[in-house]
Design a binder for this molecule. Structure first.
Ligand code: ZN
Length: 243
């Protein structure tokens, strides 16, 4: 089975559609949350995802957009965009987002937005958080988003945990008996690793590989849509810097 794993689309439809075109034929699309927030096309991103054969979990921005959590813990720009998103969402998209679970499993994979310990808010950014996270899911693989940084956290058979940031593109063999992994595909719609290209992960369960891809998209088009929607300039500008 060939699976495209995407996360943190953040209403960036241009980036999302470019990624879907680039990955080609897939059996399933797995989405790790934050489908909306920050960007200009929340309804269209939800529709595009919902129309595909997919699994998805909720992120903090999805919960904010549907009123499940407040925006007090968001920075001022994110809070403004969250309120704009809540006002812009049509009923079908709001209902879709409100119904999303926070954890999904498929075969050997667990899917969450933040971490398996704190699916909505916790960031897996370092060895300490990763080490704690390994106690909160079954099976060898957990897929997380939320940090917008493509990464691998690996636990060896003797319990040692290592962290690796992915720079550019990379491939990992998943056929490692006794090892466990937490994998982050990076962000489709708002990368934060100084690479402005959209990021995603392709999992091939037959070959036993996970491949990180970087895909250039028309950033200027998304920025234009954001300006027309009067979203904060700071959010518009950061797309060009990959931060
Ligand atoms: Zn996010």
């Amino acid at each position: 089975m060939r699976i495209a794993v995407v996360s943190d689309i953040h209403s960036n439809l241009v980036a999302f559609e470019t990624v879907l075109d680039a990955v080609g034929e897939i059996d399933q699309l797995w989405c790790l949350g934050d489908i909306v927030g920050y960007g200009p096309r929340p309804n269209e991103c939800v529709e595009r995802l919902a129309a595909s054969k997919h699994l998805a979990v909720a992120g903090n921005h999805d919960h904010a957009a549907t009123g499940k959590i407040g925006v007090e813990e968001f920075n001022p720009f994110a809070a403004l965009a969250a309120r704009w998103t809540a006002d812009t969402l049509a009923d079908p998209a709001r209902e879709y987002l409100a119904a999303l679970p926070t954890v999904q499993t498929s075969g050997e994979f667990t899917l969450v937005h933040g971490s398996p310990r704190g699916p909505i808010w916790e960031y897996v950014l370092n060895v300490a958080t990763a080490a704690a996270s390994f106690d909160h899911f079954e099976g060898p693989f957990c897929l997380v988003g939320h940090t917008h940084v493509p990464s691998i956290f690996a636990r060896s058979p003797d319990g040692e945990v290592q962290a690796h940031r992915i720079v550019g593109e990379a491939e990992l063999s998943l056929k490692r008996p006794g090892w466990r992994f937490i994998l982050n595909p990076g962000s489709v719609g708002q990368p934060r690793d100084d690479d402005a290209r959209a990021s995603c992960l392709l999992v091939d369960t037959d070959r036993g590989t996970a491949s990180w891809r970087r895909i250039a998209y028309d950033i200027a088009e998304t920025q234009q849509q954001m300006r027309r929607a009067r979203l904060p300039a700071r959010l518009v500008e950061r797309l060009a810097h990959g931060w």
